[in-house]
Design a protein around this ligand. Structure first.
Ligand code: NAP
Length: 354
């Protein structure tokens, strides 16, 4: 077979505010790959099926020499993140031809791995693993509800928030990727859900899923709404800023607040972020504030996650909501839509279904 195009997604420009669909990334088709003749040297070649678009990637769009949560994207280099693919050639005994794999990958159609950790930024939890799919679910789910996104939602209702049936949980960005799974899990575990989101259509969906009180962050006064619907026993925060301030004001005694994300602050310097003014109330209401970093909980809960969640999805008890973009050329628009709330549920780039 003659060489084929290996389309890639390059990081072109550091955005100062919201990433621009055209200038932040470059869809590059200048490289070819000889799939059959490519020397493997003991490694394996993966054909990509789907890639994840996640808010944490915004933090990677910064100058290389500045500190951040994860290593910065390098200018004019292929970006990396969570992907899923299928092994098409292999000299590795652990990654056989036909195996489906998931983990950190370069965002390109064909990806060579010298070993499983090739794109993992020296973080073992991000290395490539072989995926089991006993219910024959779409492979793209492994970057969404069956991947890091779903794991975050699942772990949020464990030790970190100590939920008790009947308690009131407030979930911000509730119609996003983590949020929609979390709302469903919380309802199914007998929690009373307050949810915030950015449109009436999303609010309708959240009500259908069983949220008791829904707040449209763009049209409602979040302080007034939380006063009506609270007090809050558990807050899973994806947003930070004024939403966090309003949640603190409406906390129940001994509330547990879980800081999962702060998307309202991602598009500018931290010095410009909204300053929460009422931290003293953490003391008055005896609020426990805890971080949630998904990889910290894999050891305790990852195998339980894979024993329960795929079956729930296959049985239709847990629904996967997605905004699907086709091809790496759509990643810029997908990323902007995800970050601004124009998309609903998990934002995923599909290269191929199989
Ligand atoms: N700690 C971890 O291990 C971990 C893992 C996964 C995700 N996270 C974090 O969890 C959060 C959600 O991630 P996700 O993948 O599920 O993303 P997502 O919710 O699908 O996308 C982000 C959403 O945030 C909302 N938003 C955007 N700007 C906002 C603003 N200024 N104020 C309030 N809401 C705003 C938008 O929804 P609406 O317009 O509907 O409000 C947008 O769709 C992010 O903060 C992410 O960094 C953390």
């Amino acid at each position: 077979m003659s060489p084929v195009t290996n389309a890639r997604l390059l990081f072109r420009e550091i955005p100062s505010e919201l990433p621009d669909p055209v200038s932040t990334f470059k869809y590059d088709t200048s490289e070819n790959i000889d799939i059959d003749g490519f020397p493997l040297h003991g490694g394996f070649l993966v054909r990509a099926l789907a890639f994840s678009l996640d808010p944490y990637m915004r933090n990677r769009m910064r100058p290389e020499d500045t500190e951040g949560d994860m290593p910065a994207f390098l200018l004019n280099k292929v970006i990396t993140g969570f992907g899923v693919g299928v092994v098409i050639r292999s000299e590795s005994p652990d990654f056989l031809v036909g195996a489906h794999v998931g983990g950190f990958m370069s965002y390109q159609e064909y990806c060579f791995f010298g070993d499983a950790a090739a794109s993992a930024l020296a973080m073992p939890a991000l290395g490539l693993t072989v995926l089991e799919n006993p219910y024959n679910l779409p492979w793209r789910y492994f970057v969404g509800n069956l991947g890091m996104t779903g794991q975050t939602a699942y772990y949020a209702l464990k030790d970190v928030s100590e939920p008790q049936k009947g308690e009131t949980i407030f979930i911000s960005a509730a119609a996003g990727a983590v949020g929609l799974m979390l709302v469903q899990l919380a309802v199914s575990q007998g929690l009373r859900v307050i949810a915030s989101c950015g449109s009436d259509a999303k609010a309708g969906l959240l009500r259908e899923l069983g949220a008791a009180h829904v707040i449209n962050r763009k049209t409602d006064d979040i302080f007034v709404e939380l006063k009506k619907a609270g007090p809050i026993d558990i807050f899973i925060d994806h947003v930070g800023g004024i939403t966090l301030e309003a949640a603190i004001e409406n906390a129940a005694m001994h509330a547990r607040f879980v800081i999962c994300g702060a998307v309202s602050t991602y598009n500018g310097p931290m010095s410009d972020a909204y300053g929460v003014k009422n931290l003293w109330l953490v003391n008055r209401y005896r609020i426990t504030i805890r971080p949630l970093v998904v990889i910290d909980w894999h050891e305790k809960y990852l195998s339980e996650f894979y024993k329960t969640v795929p079956e729930e999805i296959a049985a239709g008890r847990l629904k996967c909501y997605e905004s699907v973009y086709r091809g790496l050329q759509s990643a810029g628009q997908g990323f902007k839509d995800m970050l601004t709330g124009a998309s609903t549920g998990k934002t995923v780039i599909v290269i191929s279904e199989e």
